[in-house]
Design a protein around this ligand. Structure first.
Ligand code: GUN
Ligand code: ZN
Length: 443
């Protein structure tokens, strides 16, 4: 059992986005007490720690902050070294010219192992304690990812990226439909809940991951739907891309003969289904995602890099669909979700009906909404008692100018302080990272 003393910031309870500000918890002299199983047993003012817990060893993090770990609901492991790829242009050209050739290199298991190690290190340095990870085409590379994630102690949902059709440069990544199904089934058998033997307590989970509608045929999507309906009850996830780029959307309509892009994923939607981007959705698609409990992984940094457009924030969130956050590394070139939230703020204040997203909504989107998207809200997403302790110690002193920026703000002005912290912090300020009470950062 251990106590951590610092300024607590989190979104308490289980609000929807619209109520996030009312649920913002800010405790300037706070304490978080974590038991030997990594579960939070006290969260609140240090002065209110009950007598029976007052003997617990204290890690004094003051003048630092304690935040929930970030939940990245869309990040590509095989693109660890693809950020800022030159010469790609927009989505379909970038995939063909930069990404498919780079992902083909993970056919070499030794290279894949190095990428998996770097990927986990990148996540830890960015405080991404939980992530939905778009996987590699190659089963050995997926094994490396799960093994390195387990060694690091990170929380990971992933799945082999399925492609059965594509341009010339995608050839090394393609399989036929039969192999696509059997490899995904094998990955579920081997890795879903593998660390504890029970998905309900596990840090490792598996998803069914067709790359996007243009990477598979209608028939293969049907076969994946059958596979998913047999695996859904075991807590398996579904993850893919949706409506990111206008040329992609047009091609999907033409190739699949559907009225709505989302129709291609019918049978694969639900509370553990997460669709990345959703920039160009119709009201019908948003309503269908909301009614099925499907979540969106919003990736504003990536959308800027690929010129994909701007997900309409008000219309999308007003539809009732849960909107979580994704770095989308490597189209996104920021691992740190606080940086992605910074882009989120800037992009949406620049919309025609510009909105200053409140700081609590930003924190919600990068933490609790992500836990909800991963159907892990009962376990993670905030610092409430009973949750597993995935949290970050932020030490402003580690980042030039950050202490001065924060010190001029009244500590009781929670909105202003959280805004400056979230938008101003960089990786350097992340001193310690914990998953289920266990420190995963070096030191
Ligand atoms: N759509 C299909 N594949 C990809 C990918 O790797 N990155 C992004 N951003 N969009 C995609
Ligand atoms: Zn992506």
């Amino acid at each position: 059992m251990r106590a951590y003393r610092g300024h607590l910031f989190h979104i308490g309870g289980a609000p929807r986005l619209a109520q996030a500000s009312e649920h913002l918890v800010s405790v300037p002299d706070g304490a978080l007490i974590v038991d030997a199983d990594g579960v939070i047993v006290f969260s609140g003012a240090h002065a209110a720690v009950p007598d029976e817990l007052s003997h617990v060893d204290v890690v004094d993090c003051r003048p630092g902050f304690l935040l929930p770990g970030f939940v990245d609901t869309h990040i590509h492991y095989p693109q660890t070294f693809c950020t800022d790829s030159y010469g790609g242009g927009q989505l379909l050209d970038w995939l063909q010219r930069c990404i498919f050739p780079a992902e083909a290199k993970l056919a070499d298991p030794q290279y894949a192992r190095r990428v998996a190690q770097a990927f986990c290190a990148g996540r830890i340095s960015a405080g991404t304690t939980a992530a939905l990870v778009f996987g590699s085409a190659f089963p050995d590379a997926q094994d490396a990812l799960y093994e390195e994630s387990m060694r690091a102690g990170l929380r990971t949902v992933s799945g082999r990226a399925i492609q059965t059709v594509g341009p010339e440069s995608a050839t090394p990544l393609l399989t036929d439909e039969h192999a696509a199904i059997t490899l995904t089934e094998a990955e579920i058998t081997r890795w879903h809940g593998a660390d504890t033997g029970d998905p309900a307590t596990s840090l490792l989970h598996v998803a069914v991951v067709p790359r996007f509608a243009l990477s598979v045929t209608r028939q293969t999507l049907g076969a994946l739907g059958e596979l998913y309906s047999s695996a859904r009850d075991a807590g398996v996830y579904f993850h893919t891309h949706l409506s990111e780029n206008v040329h992609e959307v047009a091609a999907v309509h033409e190739v699949h003969g559907v009225q709505h892009y989302l129709d291609t994923y019918e049978g694969l939607l639900g509370p553990r289904s997460v669709l990345a981007h959703a920039v160009h959705c119709t009201d019908h698609e948003l309503a269908r995602m909301a009614e099925t409990g499907t979540s969106i992984a919003h990736c504003p940094t990536s959308q800027q890099f690929l010129g994909s457009g701007t997900m309409p924030w008000r219309r999308t969130t007003a539809s009732g669909v849960n909107v979580a956050l994704g770095s989308d590394v490597g189209a996104g070139d920021e691992w740190l979700l606080a940086r992605v939230l910074n882009d989120c703020y800037k992009v949406h204040i620049s919309e025609p009906a510009g909105l200053s997203i409140p700081p609590a909504d930003l924190l919600f989107t990068g933490t609790l909404a992500g836990a909800r998207a991963l159907d892990l809200e009962d376990r993670i997403g905030n610092l409430d008692v009973g949750k597993e302790a995935d949290f970050l110690v932020i030490d402003p002193q580690r980042q030039l100018l950050l202490p001065e920026l924060l010190e001029q703000i009244d500590v009781e002005d929670a909105d202003r302080l959280l805004f400056a912290l979230l938008l101003g912090m960089r990786e350097a300020a992340i001193a310690e990272v914990y998953v289920r009470g266990r420190r995963v950062s070096p030191g």
